[in-house]
Design a protein around this ligand. Structure first.
Ligand SMILES: [Zn+2]
Ligand SMILES: [Zn+2]
Length: 365
């Protein structure tokens, strides 16, 4: 079939809406008419990391929509279902067998390179390949070919615009809190970077009753959003103030039990390590830096843990329904983080999120 997609012709080019050919759904594939797609930082970072031969490319990995057709082997998803799309996985490797689908051995091929496991592409133009299947969807388009493994069916009365970020950004922040930290009474959490991922972590931490939550961000607008959740906020650029790590230690009574870094800035990751209490855990989530510096003496003497996680260590098929239930119960208050734009205003949406005017832009058709 023909559909319209936001195609990147090469690294560093702008999104251009053009017609592409999209395959009919094979095997376990699901054809989705896209209603909304969130823009995630990865959509802006990945094009700069891919070689020129991986273009033309269609990004978009926070799609929601309505199922229009299913492949012959799809079970449990029907035409007309409303779905949230997330990252995909092979379902057959060791990590998938352990339920750690974010660490699927085929993740690079399936989520980033834009290929099916047989090497084919789902999209083409004049017979030449277009690299779609980004995070198993490429939802910066009117239609996406997803897989039954990354389609999560949701109630039809829910707002698909508000649910789009549940597929990546919100799942990553909230999943890190719920799946890795699992806050206990008395625990404290500091989040570095109050963008969509960081604020979703704050929202989830507050939702499960974390005693002390601190958010560090240079942008006043984002600190205000974090403060509205009840977080203590720190402006790392405040002139004449004590070092950030010292202010975090003051706000948490001697250091945070947990720190989440969403910035991928090496200097900030080091601050986050120093902001921990002895035996504290730092989870570095950002994508961008090639290397981090860790204070080895502090690491050893204080028994600290520095680790990472992808997509909040979540399996979307259980995590997204859980977050939807928490949202309905008022314990995952994230609707106000979303700003919607018509698809053709993609450039405005990117400019607004980069300037900190909005937290999570979502494009709607
Ligand atoms: Zn796998
Ligand atoms: Zn993402």
């Amino acid at each position: 079939m023909r559909t319209t997609a936001a195609v990147l012709e090469g690294p560093g080019t702008d999104f251009a809406f053009v017609e592409v050919d999209l395959d009919e759904p094979r095997g376990h594939e699901v054809l989705v008419r896209i209603v909304a797609t969130g823009l995630c930082h990865t959509d802006l970072t990945v094009p700069t990391m891919l070689p020129p031969e991986m273009f033309p490319k269609v990004l978009g990995h926070e799609g929601t929509g309505v199922v229009e057709a299913v492949g012959p082997e799809v079970r449990g998803i029907e035409v007309g279902d409303h779905v949230v799309l997330s990252f995909t996985s092979c379902g057959a490797c060791g990590p998938c067998g352990e339920g750690a689908v974010g660490y699927c051995e085929q993740s690079m091929v399936l989520n980033y390179l834009g290929l099916r496991l047989d090497g084919s592409t789902t999209m083409s133009r004049d017979g030449a390949p277009v690299f779609g299947s980004f995070f198993g969807q490429s939802s910066l388009a009117r239609h996406a070919l997803a897989d039954e493994r990354n389609c999560v069916v949701v109630d039809r009365d829910l707002d698909l615009g508000l649910l789009a970020p549940f597929g990546c950004g919100f799942q990553t922040g909230a999943g890190t809190v719920l799946n890795i930290i699992d806050p206990q009474p008395g625990d404290s959490l500091v989040v570095f970077g109050a963008g969509a991922v960081g604020l979703a972590a704050v929202a989830a931490a507050v939702g499960v009753g974390t005693d002390t939550v601190v958010a560090v961000d240079p942008q006043a607008s984002r600190r205000e959003v974090a403060a509205a959740y009840g977080a203590t906020t720190i402006d790392p650029t405040e002139e004449g103030a004590a070092p950030v790590e010292e202010r975090v230690r003051d706000a948490t009574g001697g250091g945070a039990a947990y720190a989440i870094d969403t910035t991928a800035l090496p200097g900030v990751v080091l601050q986050a390590q120093h902001a921990l209490r002895p035996r504290g855990v730092l989870i570095a989530l950002g994508l961008g830096a090639a290397e981090y510096t860790i204070d080895a003496v502090d690491l050893l003497q204080s028994g600290k843990v520095v680790r990472s996680s992808i997509e909040g260590e979540a399996d979307p098929r259980s995590m997204i329904p859980e977050l939807v239930r928490m949202r309905a119960a008022g314990r995952f208050d994230v609707d106000h983080l979303v700003t919607t734009y018509p698809f053709e205003r993609i450039a405005d949406a990117i400019a607004d999120v980069e300037a900190g005017r909005v937290v999570k832009p979502v494009l709607t058709w």
